[in-house]
Design a protein around this ligand. Sequence first.
Ligand code: 1CP
Length: 336
Amino acid sequence: MNFLNALNGKDVWPPPLWLMRQAGRYLPEYRATRAKAGDFLSLCLNPALAEDVTLQPIRKFGFDAAILFSDILILPMALGQGLRFAEGEGPRMPPLESLAGLKPDNAPGIYAPVIETVSRLRGSLPKDTALIGFAGGPTTVACYMLDGQGGGFPRTRRLAYERPEFVKQVLNILTETTIEYLSAQVKAGADCVMLFESWAGIFPPGQFRAFVIEPNRRICKALKKRHEGLKIIGFPRLAGLMLGEYARDAGVDAIGLDSVTDIKAARAACPAGTVFQGNLDPLLLKLGGKAMEEAVEALLADVRGYPHIFNLGHGITPDVPEAHVARLVELVRQGG
Ligand code: 1CP
């Protein structure tokens, strides 16, 4: 399998390809299934429909990997924190005030439909398509739990200084439950897992070490002990100069690279042989045309000779024309 070969550090050419948020609103068939489900959370918790939307981009574009259709906020919801998706505004939760409301013992029963989606996908995916399980990184999930919504996370930032013990307790609960959650996904058939630390970059270095690297390290260590040979992709978005330390210490096998980091600088900062995934600016997929074609050629030239998984530096936006995705796939399959 090309995707797993690249993840294992082999130089595969052309590089395997998938896109973050490849199942989503830019696809008419996704919009139809979502309408059938009623709302986004019902879609995440309906195994037959979640299986179908996971497969939609595979059927259409033949990507090398499918990512389980779910959301990083299913875990806090399963822990007992209220969650709703306000139409057109993104996630909303009551900002977490204490640990008292969190019920880790109940979580597996509540996220069970997500695990069932993984099992179903194991049976329905083409044999040469890898299945990626995922969870939010503890710090990114804690940001949403403590602030109750996206957008800078001012309360989380303040609490990290004023009540670091509280923040650490939240991170501990998330670290432990994330290990169980990802382990259940692997047992159900995920070929590898990805940790989305999308907001890693909002913390200064000391907090980055304590809140991002350390919980990620504990998760990787525990998962690898339970599942021999398991590969883990970390996505410490906007880590900047902390990227090298993350790559060295967090225990991940591959780094999801945002699009503001120069890939040559990232390679120089990380241990030799680090596998990278991503780096293409998602805006290019919306723009298409010459801008996209030149950037794809340039990235292909940059990664030639290195193990690389072709992807964006962040998720596809709903305004991307499908034809641009088709053209991107064609360009990558040609290998530049
Ligand atoms: O249909 C809709 O309107 C909902 C849009 C949507 C989708 C398609 C949300 C709401 N989540 C998802 C799916 C999703 N989210 C996947 C599925 C797999 C895929 O195809 O890639 C994954 C892996 C995620 C992960 C996720 N959710 C992250 C980490 C990655 C990232 O984008 O940084 C984050 C931060 C979330 C929170 C979230 N969920 C949804 C939205 C709009 C957001 C972001 C809110 C914000 O900007 O703060």
